[in-house]
Design a protein around this ligand. Structure first.
Ligand SMILES: [Zn+2]
Length: 518
């Protein structure tokens, strides 16, 4: 049935200017005529500003028409989450939206960015700022706000595939939503291009997946085993379905998932093709796709983003791309670092956003999702969450949207440690516990090369790391001092446990900010 297009006009100013309704109507009709769109009557919003009753009705009955012609784009609701819900419904029904004044059409996923950019520009115009007053590289990728603070980083960095890197982009804290994020300079984009061009996941274990702890003292388990268990416990996963693993690397999650759910169809996507052959060889994997989520065929019941979101400069559009790939009721599994429990995450050059639970929730809400499950403790130092598309539009829980002290504290801790390390270990032969981000970072800031890396993960023994031997705690010489490169207070627990188990060497915990300040 071809029903035609409904107009939408409102007694609401557009960029400060009120246009009489009969003029709005003429503009809408003219747009329809020029574009040969069969035109129905306009729905008119008469009441107070901020009222979207007629719009809700028009969107609610989108299935009965071919689309809606708005007088202006700026008659869409000012709330981004609400707009995204409208975009989503339009695409789901295969309809289109048109904006007569701006002469724009919304017909596909790709148009979302273009339209949302116009709202961002408008937001700055309203705030009284001019184009020259701000740089897009400092704008918050979640709320479009400007930073409340900026810290230039004078320590060196580590890449997410754990290689030393000479610089870290400035750290910004958004004054709007409190997000801690990096300044996305042209140099930052160049750096990440080089990093991703030569990416080697888990090279310290020669490709073996990293083992992580559930909590201090618990067994080491592969990260993917904990994630698959979490998804299984939280969701009633059917015996068959489709899984898309975004940023699949060499397929650690796909392999673990396939073993538990052998009847699922699995697809892996990654920008890097270095793991392609390994991934294709996993039973249950139908396809490896080089690229992003939009390049994957069809829709999915489960989409996993394991250590992906923190790399994405525009997480809102990225999550919209993901939304278009979900089946109705589909779930997104997110695993991302938590800077509050692991301040060393700030030193990771290619991690552009650093989430707290509050900012992860704000991102979720603005991208049109809701948190269905969350665990701060399934994997130490990481947020694990399940997201589903929101049925309604959740309101912002404004009280959590303040500049978090934890962000300032994390930045200060690293600044202080970078000067404390060389002073504390001057003229001393030392070992470093760990072969991950924190250990690599500590290695870079020591005055003399460490004699050993010490690791509890058997995958890492006997494989030199940065030209330095990796040994088990039992094999550390008794006269050695070992710096426990882990976030405090975890470092203290580990140092105390190791001192009991291996009393010879001296185990020095990474100090807390309080300890560094006294
Ligand atoms: Zn923000």
């Amino acid at each position: 049935m071809s029903a035609g297009y409904r107009g939408y006009i409102a007694s609401r100013p557009v960029r400060g200017e009120m246009t009489p309704q009969h003029v709005q109507n003429l503009v809408v009709r003219d747009y329809a005529a020029r574009n040969e769109l069969p035109f129905l009557l306009s729905a008119t919003e008469y009441v107070m500003p901020g009222c979207f009753m007629m719009l809700d009705t028009a969107v609610g009955s989108l299935d009965e028409v071919d689309g809606i012609i708005f007088f202006s784009l700026f008659m869409m609701p000012p709330d981004e989450a609400r707009r995204r819900r409208i975009y989503r419904r339009t695409l789901q029904l295969g309809r289109s939206l048109h904006f007569a004044l701006e002469n724009l059409a919304f017909e596909s996923e790709r148009d979302i960015d273009r339209l949302e950019d116009m709202f961002r520009v408008d937001h700055f115009a309203k705030s009284g700022l001019h184009a020259g007053d701000f740089d897009s590289e400092i704008v918050c990728p979640i709320c479009g706000g400007l930073p409340a603070s900026e810290t230039s980083v004078d320590f060196s960095g580590v890449t997410s595939d754990v290689k030393p890197w000479p610089r870290v982009s400035n750290l910004l804290v958004c004054g709007g939503c409190g997000l801690l994020h990096k300044r996305t300079t042209a140099e930052w984009f160049q750096d990440v291009d080089i990093i991703y061009g030569d990416y080697e996941a888990y090279h310290q274990g020669q490709g073996a997946e990293q083992s992580v702890r559930h909590q201090e003292g618990s067994e080491l388990s592969p990260r993917s085993a904990l994630l698959v268990r979490f998804a299984r416990e939280q969701l009633e996963l059917p015996s068959s379905g489709r899984l898309l693993d975004v940023g699949c690397g060499n397929g650690a999650l796909l392999r673990t998932f396939a073993a538990e759910f052998p009847s699922w169809e699995l697809i892996g996507v990654d920008r890097s093709e270095s793991g392609a052959d390994t991934v294709r060889a996993i039973p249950g994997v139908e396809q490896f796709v080089a690229g992003g989520p939009a390049d994957a065929p069809g829709r999915y019941d489960l989409i996993s983003l394991v250590h992906v979101l923190e790399h994405v400069p525009d997480p809102i559009s990225f999550l919209s791309e993901i939304a278009a790939k979900l089946t109705p009721g589909g779930v997104v599994l997110v695993d991302a670092p938590s800077f509050a429990t692991n301040p060393f995450d700030l030193a990771v050059v290619d991690h552009v956003t650093h989430f707290s639970l509050a900012t992860l929730r704000e991102l979720t809400r603005r991208a049109g999702y809701e948190l269905r499950a969350y665990s701060p403790s399934l994997i130490r130092k990481e947020h694990v969450a399940l997201l589903t598309l929101a049925s309604g539009v959740a309101s912002s829980d404004g009280h959590s949207l303040r500049v978090p002290d934890s962000a300032i504290a994390a930045v200060s801790l690293l600044q202080r440690l970078a000067t404390w390390l060389p002073r504390r270990f001057v003229d001393q032969k030392i070992g470093i516990l760990g072969t991950g981000i924190a250990a690599t970072w500590a290695f870079e800031h020591l005055p003399n090369a460490a004699a050993y890396f010490v690791d509890e993960d058997p995958n890492r023994f006997g494989k030199p790391y940065m030209g330095t031997p990796v040994v088990a705690p039992a094999d550390v010489p008794a006269d050695l001092t070992v710096f426990v490169a882990q976030p405090p207070p975890m470092a203290r627990e580990i140092a105390e446990r190791l001192a009991k188990e291996f009393p010879g060497p001296s185990w020095v915990a990474c100090p807390s900010l309080d300890e560094l300040e006294t």
